[in-house]
Write a protein that binds this ligand. Structure first.
Ligand SMILES: *Cc1c(COP(=O)(O)O)cnc(C)c1O
Length: 358
């Protein structure tokens, strides 16, 4: 089923050495595979600011087609992709509605406000990361000189590993359209949602004007994101990209890694999901660890050890080459290209070792 993975990943790459480091902090920590590095070395390149890099042109065309959009733009990061997306829709003095736990609101240094003079208006998300159409209706400001002009709804999928139901997304987008808003998706991990639901990117992207996709998360590229959308919006985003210093030259060497990832690393995300599920079920078996199993839908789980064990458990794991995030009280655990099924066993054995005799 995941022939692409075994074909592109030589055994030496995924050595089962018992001391190999297992980094569970994020899916951004992956190393480019040997096959990906080869694709990068072979990449044809040109000056992309002149629009002459064939690898970037190919990547942008591929993602535009995948998402069912007119055009796409290769950028350095998901943060830049979202920034350009929002600022291509909103002018200074305008605002966008957004879930209060979403990355654009919480984790992008308020770039849209700082650099664009655009305000974000947070809506309270529920436990699954979702919003309701009523919140959109209530959030849109009246046409009144006292108010900001509400221009955009910004959603996210997946949210902390949770897949947003397509019907719910459709209802939110429809609510936004009633008020003439555009709709942007931070689809950093959209391909995880696609694999989980058995739907195409085009299906999940359809309700949105613009979509940001990260190549450097579960897809395993070292760098890069792609913003896709209508040609006129992407044209504005291209100008903004230049403005923020994001115009790169022979960056096809990086885009080649993204193309390789889209060709070889999408289907295999199912393996990350299976590993996350098995890890969650294994960890839930320990009396002093709690895991919300219902929340494990893709490649992420949240693990809450007894507070008295937290630091000692992390240190115990670190001594065995297993790196865990340190944010209390819940540890976010993420599976990815560099975490194998055997690694899951190693993690569970190390935890069992910690609790032995306790
Ligand atoms: C990682 C991430 C981003 C930003 O990507 P960077 O490449 O780290 O800037 C945006 N949104 C979500 C949901 C993410 O997980």
């Amino acid at each position: 089923m995941y022939a692409g993975m075994t074909a592109t990943r030589p055994a030496a790459d995924r050595s089962a050495a018992s001391n190999r480091r297992i980094d569970l902090r994020s899916d951004t920590v992956t190393q480019p595979t040997a096959a990906m590095r080869e694709a990068m070395a072979r990449a044809e390149v040109g000056d992309d600011v002149y629009g002459e890099d064939p690898s970037i042109i190919a990547l942008e065309a591929k993602v535009a087609a995948m998402m069912g959009k007119e055009a796409a733009l290769y950028v350095s990061s998901g943060t830049q992709s979202n920034l350009l997306g929002v600022l291509s829709h909103c002018q200074r003095g305008e605002e966008y509605l957004i879930g209060d736990v979403y990355h654009v609101y919480k984790s992008e240094a308020l770039g849209t406000s700082v650099l664009g003079g655009v305000a974000s208006y947070p809506l309270k998300t529920d436990a699954t990361g979702g919003l309701d159409p009523a919140q959109v209706h209530a959030g849109v400001k009246p046409d009144d000189p006292h108010s900001p002009i509400t221009r955009l709804l910004c959603l996210e999928n997946t949210v902390s590993g949770r897949v947003q139901a397509p019907e719910r997304i459709a209802a939110l987008a429809a609510a936004a359209r009633e008020h003439g808003l555009n709709v942007h998706l931070d689809g950093a991990r959209l391909m995880n949602a696609c694999v989980k639901l058995g739907k195409t990117a085009q299906e999940l992207a359809a309700p949105f004007d613009t979509v940001s996709l990260c190549l450097s998360k579960g897809l395993g590229a070292p760098v890069g994101s792609v913003l896709s959308g209508p040609a006129d919006v992407i044209k504005r985003a291209r100008r903004l990209r230049k403005m923020v210093g994001g115009g790169m030259r022979q960056a096809g060497i990086l885009a080649a890694a993204g193309l390789h990832a889209l060709e070889h690393h999408v289907e295999r995300l199912a393996e990350d999901h299976a590993n996350a599920r098995r890890l969650a079920e294994g960890l839930a078996g320990f009396e002093r660890i709690s895991v919300d199993l219902d929340a494990v839908e893709t490649n992420m789980l949240f693990v809450q050890p007894h507070p008295d064990d937290f630091d000692a458990l992390r240190a115990h794991m670190a001594a065995r080459g297993i790196v865990l995030a340190g944010q209390k009280p819940r540890i976010r655990v993420v599976t990815h290209l560099d975490v194998t099924a055997e690694d899951v066993d190693r993690v569970l054995e190390a935890v069992a070792d910690f609790y032995k005799g306790k």
